[in-house]
Design a protein around this ligand. Structure first.
Ligand code: TYC
Length: 113
């Protein structure tokens, strides 16, 4: 967690010279929350289908996609990418729709980081 600097009012060309309580203002520059898109293992979805999904929707090259597919296969799940809420939701919808069209039980979910 990074800390933003505080701005203190005192001195400076705009100061009115009055004595008073120093006011500290925290600049509100909160980054938007990010979401992990998770791919879940199952016993039926073909490995090559998962590799194709990772290439098509997550921008991985073939060897990166194959490696991540194997991680899901062995560990049960893995993070396919981290995105803003809207982008993550779109990825999940795209994966689930394609899996349904091909009648594969592949599951894809999202989770706040
Ligand atoms: N376990 C599947 C199989 O052996 C392959 C697979 C990998 C399925 C990753 C889903 O998210 C997944 N055919």
């Amino acid at each position: 967690m990074t800390t933003s600097p505080f701005i203190l009012s005192s001195g400076g060309p705009d100061d009115d010279g009055e004595a008073g309580v120093a006011v500290a203002t925290k600049p509100k520059t909160k980054r938007p929350p990010m979401y992990k898109v998770l791919l879940l293992n199952d016993d039926f979805t073909p490995m090559e289908f998962v590799v194709m999904v990772l290439e098509r929707f997550f921008g991985l090259n073939h060897s990166q996609a194959f490696e991540l597919m194997l991680t899901v296969h062995k560990k049960g799940l893995a993070v396919a990418g981290v995105f803003s809420y809207e982008i993550a939701e779109t990825k999940v919808t795209q994966v689930m729709q394609l899996a349904r069209e091909h009648q594969h039980p592949l599951q894809c979910t999202m989770e706040k980081e």
